[in-house]
Design a protein around this ligand. Sequence first.
Ligand SMILES: NC(=O)c1ccc[n+]([C@@H]2O[C@H](COP(=O)([O-])OP(=O)(O)OC[C@H]3O[C@@H](n4cnc5c(N)ncnc54)[C@H](OP(=O)(O)O)[C@@H]3O)[C@@H](O)[C@H]2O)c1
Length: 325
Amino acid sequence: MVLRASSKSAPYDQADSSKTGRIVVFGSRGMLGSEIVEGLMATGFDVDTPVRPEVDITDVASLGSFFTKAVPPCLIINCAAYTAVDKAESETGKAFAVNRDGPANLADECREAGVPLIHISTDYVFDGKAGRPYREIDPAGPIGAYGRSKWEGEEAVRSRLIEHMIIRTAWLYGARGSNFVKTILRLAREREELKIVDDQFGCPTWTRDLAGCVVQIARQVLSGCGKISWGTYHFCGGGVTNWCGFARSIVEMARQRESLKVGEIRPIPSSSYPTPAERPAWSVLDCGKIEEQFGISPPPWEESLACMLEELRQIEARSALSPGR
Ligand SMILES: NC(=O)c1ccc[n+]([C@@H]2O[C@H](COP(=O)([O-])OP(=O)(O)OC[C@H]3O[C@@H](n4cnc5c(N)ncnc54)[C@H](OP(=O)(O)O)[C@@H]3O)[C@@H](O)[C@H]2O)c1
């Protein structure tokens, strides 16, 4: 589907799409992809949003036929991914098809068309043992099938395409899709006590902040001004917390606006909450490089969480007023 830029568009500076062309976003129905599409359109870009089953990034033929028919793009952004971290342990083939072969196919298409690719990746490419924020040059060492599939996807892009930008992020949440913030909010309304792990540390990242980062990079890439430093970058919310600290902040902030059933939020070790996939204990990303190269610095995670909760409250209030929508 082709989405034309609207002229009324809030916090983003405007781009002139007649000069830049069309951007194709894969994974546009996902939590992050939908936010990026909105940000691009608000900025003035025309956006093409191919979706399954017509266009599947694991299917070279469907991709080929899409690019043959589509208006030639100026940039491709890949948010499509297999994101079920636990299920990836048993559906490893599917995870690798989407997370490794999909980006490989997109990078091949980009190289042939002479178009740059922005590809989204994850903190789970690291083993979580560093004890200090991970830099882009640190060696990967994924400890689960999801992380391995994403790492191999990164490598597939690097080996095929010079004009690429891999942006690793972490602990994503947003008003769309299911995520930790929405789950905690639901449980806090239903239960008196929550037990949440406190020995995995990371950086909660609002999809709106990452979308803003991607839009800003897209503008710089397409403006043709200055030399672009292709390669790998980190972007995640500012500051560090653990899942229990994150949950407590969600509940504290939400409680300012509604009464919640939950009383105590008890910290537990990961060993008391076994999951099919092991998670890195330390998923903190150093975002210095993206700040240095592009002047982008993520806001503190608490500030973004407050904004997202307010957005969620407004969405819920609207749907309570018109439940059929
Ligand atoms: N969620 C997190 O906490 C997190 C953390 C770090 C990094 N990331 C990365 O951030 C990116 C976006 O994640 P997200 O949470 O927004 O993902 P998401 O909500 O699960 O959305 C994934 C999207 O990918 C699409 N997709 C899956 N398989 C596809 C295929 N074979 N062909 C075409 N499209 C396909 C899905 O399409 P349908 O709409 O048809 O289902 C969906 O729109 C991913 O690269 C992920 O690895 C996520």
